[in-house]
Design a protein around this ligand. Structure first.
Ligand code: SAH
Ligand code: SF4
Ligand code: F3S
Length: 466
């Protein structure tokens, strides 16, 4: 039996990092590692980092400054602290991190997570370890799947990576360099993982991939399956009542996926489909390989298949060469689509990407001004969307106790937070409610129908009994 040691994993960036952090914890568990609540309590701290924008990247170095202090304090008490840097900054900067931050014992990229127990062993004699190769073997074959016990503790919703990496090479983006080339997991592995999740009480799964709708995993029949077919198979798993996926590229929004939205009630009416800009000139410079009009026509087709679908997106302002007219085209596409919500970012020049070398970089003050104008339009759209839910009847997955006793909180099909008065026994069920008030960040509702009883997440049942 291994001695018990404590690991604290701090996660930055996207949902895939959240998923990866869980898999790292699951992979370490059989070696006697339990999860610590904070870095102070831990014997090993792993920073799972994000490289997408400069600000995200810089967070790592300030956190490593804190780790240096913590490691010194622990050393004074005769305790050891191992520090690892994982994720996309590790992949992109590798040895540079080890050089700049002597506190770091291990640097390892997203394709090395299954090697983690071995990497830790190699630090035993004080060696520093850097591993950022893209190994030939598939890490998913070696990473621990979600354990039943931990899945129960994590609750009713779960992430499931089905695809990783990206071959699109948008000219602003680091992801093809940090996550590598586009690969899809085999269908039988994904279905097995989804069944495990459902058996542990998960009701909603979000399929993850940098370019998730480009999924082309090998099916049990030897065919290459697209995402729509995968969703159809997932929808047959008892208990998995809600399926979402993120993030999609407009070019890969295939007919089979649109048809799945038409046919599968489990596929939630919510689509994150980033367009980045409304200007054809900028879209071409970004290498997005579609026009604003292609995008609008695509959304028309999606809405024809699933009329209640709500759109979400990502936008970049201040891409090199963006004029006021280009920016106005972005405002116009936001108005034309009517997003339920959207993320917007100031362009951040990333080392090694083509756009970073463009001469016509936009001044920071212009980026700040455009971002504020864009966010105003996006926020107005979100408010209008939320208001349009007033008096509507909808299904809400009741995920956790609410702020007040006697209240539960959950999510609408459109990812809105919903609060309502409801008994604890309904935790883990999908309830039919009517929306009776709309606030900035949440909706309040009244229960109109007690849900048909379903086996809820066992940990929630235990909580409900007390
Ligand atoms: N397809 C990916 C996208 C990751 S990046 C996914 O699975 O999430 C998320 C968003 O960050 C992008 O859609 C883009 O809007 C923004 N982004 C990426 N690179 C950026 C950069 N260099 N500067 C500013 N925003 C950027
Ligand atoms: Fe980056 Fe997404 Fe473009 Fe791929 S499709 S390069 S992940 S923005
Ligand atoms: Fe960031 Fe890497 Fe995700 S750069 S957004 S953590 S894929």
């Amino acid at each position: 039996m291994n001695e018990t040691r404590k690991v604290f994993i701090k996660t930055y960036g996207c949902q895939m990092n959240v998923y990866d952090s869980e898999r790292m914890a699951d992979t370490l568990a059989p070696q006697g590692w339990v999860e610590a609540g904070s870095a102070e309590e831990a014997d090993l701290v792993i920073l799972n980092t994000c490289h997408i924008r400069e600000k995200a990247s810089e967070k790592v170095y300030s956190e490593l400054g804190r780790m240096r202090v913590l490691k010194a304090e622990k050393a004074e008490r005769g305790e050891k602290l191992l520090v690892g840097v994982a994720g996309c900054v590790a992949q992109a900067e590798g040895r540079e991190i080890a050089r700049r931050a002597p506190v770091v014992d291990m640097v390892f990229g997203p394709q090395s997570y299954h090697h983690l127990p071995g990497l830790i062993a190699r630090t035993g004699n004080g060696a520093r370890v850097v591993e950022t190769e893209f190994p030939i073997e598939d890490k998913f074959d070696h990473l621990a799947p979600p354990s039943r016990e931990k899945t129960i503790a994590r609750g009713l919703t779960a992430f499931l990576t089905v695809q990783e990496g990206c071959d699109k090479f948008c000219t602003f983006c680091v992801v093809p360099y940090t996550r590598g080339t586009e690969t899809s997991r085999p269908v039988d592995r994904i279905l097995a993982e989804a069944r495990r999740l459902a058996e542990a009480g998960v009701r909603e799964v979000t399929l993850l991939g940098q370019n998730v709708n480009g999924f082309h995993g090998e099916g049990p029949d030897g065919d290459s399956w697209r995402l729509g077919r995968l969703c159809r198979a997932l929808a047959e798993i008892p208990g998995l009542d809600r399926i979402r996926y993120t993030t999609s590229h407009p070019r890969d929004m295939s007919d089979d996926l649109i048809a799945a939205h038409r046919d599968l009630p489990q596929l939630m009416p919510w689509l994150h489909l980033p367009v980045q800009s409304g200007s054809d000139r900028i879209l071409a410079a970004m290498n997005r390989r579609h026009t604003a009009d292609d995008y609008l026509r695509l959304i028309d087709r999606i809405r024809a298949a699933r009329p209640d679908i709500a759109m979400s997106g990502d936008f970049i302002v201040g891409f090199p060469g963006e004029t006021e007219d280009d920016f106005r085209a972005t405002l116009a596409i936001v108005e034309a689509v009517g997003y339920a919500s959207a993320f917007s970012f100031k362009y951040s020049a990333r080392p090694g990407t083509p756009a970073a070398g463009e001469a016509e970089q936009i001044a920071e003050a212009v980026k700040i001004e455009r971002l504020a104008r864009l966010q105003e339009v996006i926020d107005a759209g979100t408010r209008a969307f939320n208001l349009s839910r007033l008096d509507m009847e909808m299904d809400v997955l009741l995920e956790k106790p609410g702020r007040r006793p006697g209240q539960l909180a959950g999510r609408s099909p459109w990812l809105q937070a919903v609060h309502l008065d409801a008994p604890m026994e309904l935790l883990g069920t999908i309830a039919r409610v009517r929306i009776d008030a709309v606030a900035t960040n949440s909706l309040s509702a009244t229960l109109i129908e007690t849900p048909s009883s379903r086996p809820a997440n066992p940990s929630l049942r235990a909580g409900a009994a007390t």
